[in-house]
Design a protein around this ligand. Structure first.
Ligand SMILES: [Zn+2]
Length: 281
């Protein structure tokens, strides 16, 4: 009797609650992850990121896979139903036997597009193990596109790193950045470009370009799982990042001789009419 009465009392409230949950449930569930390597837990020197064949490079790739696994787990727990992970590091860094289930992994070159497979069916963007733009004093392994030629990019007068570049292309398809992981400087750059709703998870703090205070794996793993879960909840509040077109673009870089030694600094200026052409400037 008591049970039935309490059921009756609770029932209308439950109906209201579930209706509210249905209203608020994000339709957004499909997530596109772009990885890099310089911003992974435990990575702090170029010997780890430029030579995939050596033991340091192989270890660094494994570090990245652990960070990916934690983020995939957290996104799943947060309600992601489909996850695609793109290997965004130049020399490619995925270690297939360490792939966390619950996602699909894109790797290998050549690919017809820098962000292959990205389209407007996705709901949110994750920038995982990324790094701060060229010239960031406390940015671990900071660079933009090429660390050897020290490229720098300005779009409509705003100096932009890889975070903004990837997010601007994703913005074309309507995806907001919901989570950024890397060092503290990367997280700071993400907040400056994407606003406070985008979740950031720092995995180390830079001292200089190749020196860092590293955070231990069990701690970053827990923070990445929790951050990814939080990012799914934050998704509806995250704005897309867009650069107004036509884009007035400028790039500076070092010209190298055959031995790779810098000869002089060069500048390129021009107009990008389609944001999808951003990476070919
Ligand atoms: Zn990069």
């Amino acid at each position: 009797m008591l049970c039935r009465r309490s059921f009756c009392l609770l029932w209308p409230a439950l109906v209201v609650l579930s209706a509210c949950a249905a209203d608020r449930a994000p339709a957004a569930r499909k997530i596109y992850i772009v990885t890099d390597l310089e911003g992974a837990t435990g990575v702090y020197k170029f010997a780890q990121t430029r030579e995939p064949g050596n033991p340091l490079g192989r270890e660094a790739n494994e570090y990245l896979m652990h960070d990916i696994a934690a983020v995939v787990r957290g996104l799943r727990e947060g309600g992601a139903t489909e996850i695609v992970v793109l290997d965004g590091h130049g020399s490619q860094a995925f270690v297939p036997h360490l792939m966390e289930p619950g996602a699909r992994y894109i790797t290998g070159k050549p690919r017809p597009d820098v962000l292959w497979g990205l389209d407007d069916s996705f709901d949110g963007l994750v920038l995982l193990a990324h790094h701060a733009m060229m010239g960031t004093p406390d940015g671990v392994l900071h660079h933009t596109q090429s660390s050897r030629t020290e490229n720098r990019y300005w779009y409509n007068g705003v100096e932009s790193g890889e975070l903004a570049q990837v997010a601007a292309v994703a913005g074309h398809y309507g995806l907001p950045p919901i989570l950024v992981t890397g060092d503290e400087a990367t997280c700071r750059e993400a907040r400056a470009f994407f606003g406070p709703a985008c979740v950031t998870v720092p995995v180390k703090r830079g001292i200089s370009r190749e020196a860092a205070v590293l955070y231990p794996f069990p701690e970053t793993r827990a923070a990445l799982v929790e951050g990814a879960r939080r990012a799914m909840a934050a998704l509806p509040d995250c704005p897309t990042y867009r650069i107004a077109t036509p884009i007035k673009a400028k790039k500076t870089y070092l010209e190298l001789d055959e031995k790779g030694a810098p000869v002089k600094e060069a500048t390129k200026e021009g107009t990008i009419t389609d944001v999808l052409q951003l990476f070919s400037f």
